[in-house]
Design a protein around this ligand. Sequence first.
Ligand SMILES: NC(=O)c1ccc[n+]([C@@H]2O[C@H](COP(=O)([O-])OP(=O)(O)OC[C@H]3O[C@@H](n4cnc5c(N)ncnc54)[C@H](OP(=O)(O)O)[C@@H]3O)[C@@H](O)[C@H]2O)c1
Length: 343
Amino acid sequence: MGFKIAVAGATGNVGREMLSILAERGFPADEVVALASSRSVGKEVSFGDKTLKVKNLENYDFSDTDICLMSAGGSISQKWSPKIGAQGCVVIDNSSAWRYDSEVPLIVPEVNPDAVEGFTKRNIIANPNCSTAQLVVALKPLHDAATIKRVVVSTYQSVSGAGKDGMDELFNQTRAVFVADPIENKKFTKRIAFNVIPHIDVFMEDGYTKEEWKVLAETKKMLDPKIKVTCTAVRVPVFIGHGEAVNLEFEKEITADEARDILREAPGCLVVDKHEDGGYVTPVECAGEDVTYISRIREDATVENGLALWVVSDNLRKGAALNAVQIAELLVERNLIKPHATT
Ligand SMILES: NC(=O)c1ccc[n+]([C@@H]2O[C@H](COP(=O)([O-])OP(=O)(O)OC[C@H]3O[C@@H](n4cnc5c(N)ncnc54)[C@H](OP(=O)(O)O)[C@@H]3O)[C@@H](O)[C@H]2O)c1
């Protein structure tokens, strides 16, 4: 007997990717239900070689559903996740609504799988921000080896991180530049076509943006509260795939060769690091891939025990949908949930 899974936000960038990853990985589901807003009721979305008709989240009864993969945004999650959890369905949420709640585990299965057991307090598990997910996959094995003291990270984030409206804006503005049409900024604060914008999410009192704060708070929650993190988050005109330039300071000595060997063996990581033209991975190449690519590993002589790296991953997969499905797999592998139909 398999599980009954709902995907809420199934018409969105992340929701569609969740459906295809559930099918690709053969998740043990007897039934998969696609949910979105009333606007999308009756629309069709793909699930492997099948199509599913979208139902309305508002009218859906979760009492016989085992897991809800939620990717419908923060305010929807804030309203619905506690109600869904109270009906006995475990919510794995992609928004930032629950990530910093001490009663909600924030999980990247390669980094802190044991923390998942804390989900029973609220029946909610949080998925990290896309930039944090790929960052901690690369940092965890290095932290275990030489203890990271400080992280300086600059992100190069694709427009799909801002949902399907973000992708449409890059497409429409790029077209408008070529045909000399007027350029409209709706989703982003400045033109994104042929430009970069050093501003993602709202500004906070200290001048950092919320996106930058999320990388700091989530790295501390999942990896180690003692690590110091500073971040500059930048939106770039790329459709899929986030890049990150990362500078690390360690407590113990670690060479670039040692780091390369450690990362070659680490779960979820793939090292592509040849010191030649094209011997590194760029966002376009990581789209549709599951791993986090690490390139440009080198010693940073400006600090004691310093390393610099370039980290790239598909933000819709490891940064969102894949990580959520991996969390669902973790619940099943560890026997932490049973299908409702058998209870
Ligand atoms: N994109 C990323 O890289 C990424 C990474 C990590 C986390 N996330 C998070 O994942 C969530 C979804 O992101 P996305 O990129 O997939 O956004 P998106 O492409 O804009 O899709 C949003 C989804 O939410 C649904 N939705 C909106 N209002 C709703 C309502 N009132 N009731 C039910 N469903 C509703 C939409 O359905 P309709 O089509 O019916 O409007 C759509 O399916 C966000 O919280 C985002 O922060 C995204």
